[in-house]
Design a protein. Structure first.
Length: 864
DNA sequence: GCAAGGTC
């Protein structure tokens, strides 16, 4: 009987590649939990029946049993000795059932999981699902491949080995250690601090061996900045006029920290007044073209040059990949495989208006062999696969695609070559110099112009020549602290210290943002919050190990012993867990040291009213008084700010109003159809724009705000032209039911919707979309704001699995077919009804509100 | 409500 061979890869794309290679493209594919490809071929000299399918990453993940899931009943200390259970990572995908079904009647299993430790671990997950280990006569093989190319796949097929149990056990060890350490510390910290302070703006005060050192880097830089003491320094710069050039010379001492000494040098140089040319040197220099592009480098460029965070950059890259524009975007390798088809990839780009000429030149004159780079044995570097234009991709994806193309072309271009001339001068025993640069070969900088070497020309000098000093300048300066870490620098630090992997680095950075430990500010610099700083300073005074990057390398080192078979899995886990348990007990005992820092920053729950958001005038937290009428009170300024009644109010991230610096709040009306909107406490009470002074949902019981003519401007009425929360930015189109404007509800994901800023009209947008945002463009047909919809990959209505769609809700056929309008029957909460109906029942033209709305419409027009 | 690691 012909042998039956089941092969399993780590992801669907690899299963497809393997099946295509081994079947020569002659396979039949069918859907299942993941695709299954079938064909006939040879196996170990016999003709065989093949089936290739895949998992989707890890099949299982670890957790504590149900008995340990209750936070209040479980002492976090007990978690260290608790059992752990494995359950399916994604139960809905039914991967385990899929593998077990596909394995039925098959006698051979070939494991094509990625060739790293995690892949080895997944091998054993697959074995467990297929039940192969239990039955006799069934054989399990491991394919070891260093790239997903025909040559490597065939080579692996002819050199099948056994899966490596030790490597898999090392991953089991890491999973158990990470789970126990992370969850115990997280639960303890969260319960302790959230139970004590009212204004902690994070639901969970998490700890983790990757996320905490990541935060540590950001806080370390912050502490460096705030403890920095600037020092004055001075520099001497003689100037010369030579053959028509005025040149500023650099001092070999660079700078001095003593003005008197600097002045002394200035005087003796001035007295002499003649510089002598003592050396002229000319060197040929070169600046290397880049090696192939890997994930981490793509993320760094995306953050520093394109302004995309790692999470967004990966989403964009993933989409470009599934749509066939770029190659697989998750790779560590910067070396191209020897078989890489450079000519073919170049040809794919040679009709692109953006690079046509450059590509044609490379094709005609012959491209340069790329630098060797690093081969991590995974996927080839990220390269373009087919030509695209901005219209096909949308703005953000285009920017990323454009970089991938430029980088690829850069790797095939010559190095930049330039000559560097250095002229050295002496006067009164002091040395000065000036430097000229002349580019001889522009090379890759023509396609990556931001990396170009700057030109600086110098006149001719001769050795021994004497030149008069025209004037001497003393430049004064201050030493400056470094700036906050850029995301790109953080990624480098994480990579260098082995924190996270190319796939998980974006997740850790995202974590510390979401938990409110850091904020991304201008230039994508990461500035820690009071919470982030308090946490790290707390660890530093209790047990600095807890926030140092070494904590990760310690764990890695221990599990590597398991992977190499030098230590027993259970002994290592036991040993490491014991150490962390001791650290945990000590941390609990010493928590008051960390608490002292929290006490200085946050306010106890027991004080009346909880602290909610910061006042824009004094930058202190204001108290939220929930008793009717609910309001905010700033104790420092002694001001009261009313807010809408009968709903829930919470901090809107830590976003602030560009007009007055007050922290924004999100108010949500009750019920499933209650709209949510941002508001600035100050603008709401004292609308800054003329005409908007009608109450919107506020209580009129006296205004304590001096300038207040009234109250009532939430962000959805605000005509601010550039603030991202204003009606100008969030408004989409005119309300079909009234004179209002339909505005995007910014926190309505995944049930995205528009609501009218005057009446009850609701418009439901495509549900489950990953992101919906307004753009600055307007529909040429109807003037509505163009919106951008990022559909969910699984439910996207677009062709070829595309997810990004840009269009007008009224005129775009697809969007129009997906939106549902609903005129809410339910009345608004009483205060709102009162105000809205006041307007609606009288002639709208006579109301202040209408006037305001006209202003807004005008503002909308002015914006265009 | 919690970690980190896969992949979607």
């Amino acid at each position: 009987m012909a042998p039956k061979v089941l092969m399993v890869a780590e992801k669907p794309s690899i299963a497809l590649s393997i099946a295509s290679v081994l079947s020569g493209g002659q396979m039949s594919s069918r859907r299942g939990s993941t695709e299954v490809h079938e064909f006939d071929g040879n196996f170990l000299g016999f003709s065989a029946q093949y089936k290739v399918t895949s998992v989707i990453g890890h099949v299982f993940s670890v957790d504590f049993p149900a008995a340990y899931q209750n936070w209040t009943d479980t002492d976090p200390l007990d978690l260290f000795d608790a059992p752990i259970v494995k359950s399916e990572s994604n139960p809905k995908a039914h991967i385990c059932r899929h593998l077990s079904q596909e394995a039925r009647g098959f006698g051979h299993l070939v494991l094509w999981l990625d060739c790293d430790r995690e892949g080895e671990n997944i091998c054993f997950e697959v074995i467990e699902c297929t039940g192969f280990h239990a039955k006799d006569g069934k054989r399990v093989y491991r394919a070891r491949f260093s790239s997903v190319t025909e040559k490597d796949i065939l080579k692996a097929m002819n050199n099948l080995v056994e899966p490596n149990k030790n490597e898999a056990l090392a991953v089991d060890a890491r999973q158990e250690i990470d789970l126990k350490v992370g969850v115990s510390f997280t639960r303890f910290q969260t319960s302790y601090f959230n139970g004590k302070y009212g204004n902690l703006d994070s639901r969970v005060i998490s700890y983790g061996p990757c996320q905490t050192p990541t935060l540590g880097f950001c806080v370390q830089r912050h502490l460096q900045i705030i403890t920095f003491k600037p020092e004055k320094f001075w520099k001497l710069h003689p100037y010369i006029l030579h053959k028509g050039y005025e040149l500023k010379l650099e001092w070999n001492r660079n700078r001095l920290f003593d003005l008197d000494v600097t002045e002394m040098f200035r005087n003796i140089i001035k007295e002499d007044g003649i510089l002598k040319v003592i050396a002229i040197s000319e060197k040929q220099e070169s600046k290397s073209r880049p090696a192939g592009l890997n994930t981490v480098n793509l993320l760094k460029v995306a953050s520093s040059a394109l302004g995309f965070g790692p999470q967004l950059a990966m989403q964009l890259a993933e989409r470009l990949y599934t749509q066939g524009f770029i190659s697989y975007p998750r790779t560590e390798s910067t070396a191209y495989p020897p078989s890489f088809d450079f000519r073919g990839t170049l040809r794919a780009l040679d009709n692109n208006p953006e690079w046509r000429e450059y590509v044609q030149e490379l094709l005609a004159d012959g491209y340069v062999k790329p630098r060797s780079g690093n081969d991590a044995g995974d996927h080839p570097p990220i390269t373009p696969m087919r030509s695209a234009t901005q219209d096909m991709l949308g703005h953000d994806a285009w920017k990323l695609y454009q970089y991938v193309c430029q980088h690829f072309l850069g790797t095939l271009s010559p190095d930049t070559k330039y000559t560097r001339v250095k002229i050295e001068f002496a006067v009164a025993g002091e040395l000065f110099q000036c430097i000229g640069q002349h580019v001889t070969v522009k090379g890759f900088a023509s396609i990556m112009p931001w990396l170009a070497v700057s030109e600086k020309s110098l006149p001719q000098f001769t050795q021994g020549e004497k030149i008069e000093i025209s004037r001497i300048e003393v430049d004064e300066g201050n030493t400056a602290p470094p700036d906050y870490l850029t995301e790109s620098e953080l990624i480098s630090l994480m990579e260098k210290n082995g924190i996270g992997t190319d796939a998980s680095i974006p997740v850790h950075i995202n974590n510390i943002c979401e938990r409110n430990y850091v904020q991304v500010q201008a230039g994508r610099r990461l500035v820690p919050t009071a919470l982030g700083v308090s946490l790290i300073r707390g660890y530093q005074c209790i047990d600095p190990d807890l926030c140092l990057p070494d904590i990760r390398s310690f764990i890695e080192h221990q599990i590597t012993l398991v992977a190499k078979g030098q230590a027993d899995h259970s002994l290592v886990v036991e040993h490491v867990i014991k150490q962390f348990k001791m650290k945990f007990s000590y941390f609990v005992k010493q928590i008051e040291n960390m608490d002292a820092l929290f006490e200085a920053e946050f306010s106890p729950l027991s004080d009346s009213g909880r602290f909610l958001s910061k006042c824009g005038k004094c930058l202190r937290y204001m108290r939220y008084i929930s008793t009717q009428p609910s309001r905010l009170y700033c104790g420092t300024c002694e001001e009261i700010y009313y807010i809408p009644q009968k709903g829930t109010i919470k901090l809107y991230k830590e976003l602030t109003c560009p007009l007055d610096n007050f922290e924004l709040l999100i108010f949500s009306m009750p019920g499933p159809e209650g709209k949510s909107f941002p508001l600035c406490p100050y603008c709401y009470n004292c609308p800054p724009f003329e005409g908007i002074d009608t109450l919107f949902g506020a209580t009129k019981t006296g205004s304590t705000v001096k300038s207040g003519k009234g109250a009532g401007m939430p962000c959805f009425l605000c005509p601010h032209p550039t603030c991202q929360h204003s009606m100008i930015s969030q408004g989409v189109c005119a309300c079909p039911e009234c004179n209002g404007t339909l505005v995007l509800d910014p926190v309505s994901a995944p049930k995205w919707r528009l609501y009218c800023n005057m009446c009850n009209c609701l418009v439901f947008l495509p549900e489950g979309a990953h992101r919906i945002s307004t753009t600055r463009d307007h529909c040429p047909e109807c003037d509505s704001t163009i919106i951008e919809v990022d559909f969910n990959k699984k439910t996207t209505p677009l062709k070829d699995g595309a997810t990004l769609h840009v269009g007008c809700v009224l005129c775009d056929e697809l969007l129009h077919s997906l939106v549902v309008m609903k005129y809410g029957r339910r009345p608004y909460p009483s205060t709102l009804v009162k105000n809205i109906s006041d307007i609606a029942l009288t002639d709208p033209k006579d109301t202040q509100y209408k006037f305001a709305n006209n202003n807004i419409k005008k503002a909308l027009k002015d914006k265009r």
